[in-house]
Design a protein around this ligand. Structure first.
Ligand code: DAH
Length: 347
């Protein structure tokens, strides 16, 4: 009769659990119920000839509990608060019938920055450069150390950006990729070919916002290394790109500057078209596009390239600023404004 009592007991527990389940807030907790655990423990007290039948019944109860939970979760579906999905085009915390309808895709268009970035990359690819993505989270080694920034050097302050508690960094410049691409393409040098890579991506900076400064913006980095490469090659390369992108020869200006990762270093500025000038001052005459220079021997060495044999140049330009110059856009903040009047002019 042990068996009958035991089987009755399982049914009793099932009823108890059913009641508990209805009242539980955290439905999953039912799977950990002490009553179920006791039934499993009871297996060893069942006579061996009845043990399998008993064991099956307890297992069946466990499976049933699982399906109660599953069914409950399914019925909750959209109403359940899920983890935030930053790519979702609506709040995930509303249920299906509260969601707005999506606009038909025929009403959308590619963002002007993406269109322009594709054009820019196309020019560099025709010039023989490979395109690589940067990353939106990086570490101190790639952002600073590999680029010859000594620890605690004040030059680090120019790249003030967001940092996680673990010390990861939202990169303030695409130069954060230099060490990686130099290593990745170092074989080219052995084959007698140059390293020629451009890296367009988003960067982040602690900036005072104004018409030409955003905290989040796009840059394109360029890296070229080979034998006998000099500043003349740097200027020629940038100018070839500029006249292709702008479709005309613009006045450009290189002025000495300081970056830890280049020597010599320059700031690169382009003549502002009249429509983008606030006044006739010398300051308004030029728009700084970014920096460039000959890659510092320490940066090459850090990537395993012998600076006695190879030299190279690098540059990093702001993409929004180039697009502003080309299209006479007076304020960088338009790009992120989601202002359809602005965006539709590019579709
Ligand atoms: N990373 C620099 C910045 O964002 C720009 C730059 C300067 C990039 C010189 C380079 C370079 O590759 O060689 O301010």
């Amino acid at each position: 009769m042990i068996q009958l009592n035991a089987m009755d007991n399982i049914n009793q527990v099932r009823e108890q659990l059913q009641q508990q389940f209805a009242e539980l807030e955290d439905k999953k907790a039912i799977l950990k119920s002490p009553e179920l655990k006791k039934l499993f423990e009871g297996i060893r007290d069942i006579p061996s000839e009845k043990r399998s039948e008993y064991g099956q019944a307890v297992n069946q109860l466990k499976q049933d509990l699982n399906s109660w939970v599953e069914e409950f979760e399914k019925s909750q579906g959209d109403q359940q608060v899920q983890k935030l999905d930053p790519t979702a085009p609506w709040s995930v915390n509303v249920n299906a019938n509260q969601r707005p309808e999506l606009l038909p895709s025929t009403q959308g268009s590619i963002h002007p920055l993406n269109t322009e970035m594709a054009k820019i990359c196309d020019i560099y690819q025709r010039m023989g450069f490979v395109v690589e993505d940067s990353r939106e989270i990086d570490d101190d080694y790639h952002m600073f150390t590999s680029l010859n920034f000594p620890a605690d050097h004040p030059a680090r302050d120019d790249y003030d950006t967001f940092m996680t508690d673990e010390g990861l960094i939202a990169p303030a410049h695409t130069s954060t990729m230099q060490n990686r691409v130099l290593k990745k393409y170092a074989d080219n040098l052995q084959k007698g070919e140059a390293i020629a890579v451009v890296i367009p991506d988003r960067v982040f900076r602690n900036e005072d916002l104004d018409a030409t400064h955003e905290h989040t913006f796009y840059q394109i980095e360029g890296v070229y290394v080979g034998k006998g490469v000099n500043v003349g090659n740097l200027i020629a390369t940038i100018q070839a790109y500029m006249s292709d992108y702008f479709g005309q020869e613009l006045d450009t200006k290189l002025q000495p500057f300081y970056f830890p990762f280049t020597e010599p270093s320059f700031e690169f500025a382009v003549q502002r078209p009249d429509v983008l000038k606030k006044d006739d001052s010398e300051e308004q005459k030029w728009l700084e596009l970014g920096g460039c220079g000959m890659i510092h021997p320490n940066v090459l060495r850090e990537a395993g390239i012998d600076p006695e044999v190879y030299t190279g140049f690098a540059w990093g330009f702001g993409i929004e600023r180039m697009v502003m110059l080309k299209n006479a856009i007076e304020d960088i903040r338009h790009f992120e404004s989601a202002n359809l009047k602005f965006l539709r002019q590019f579709s």
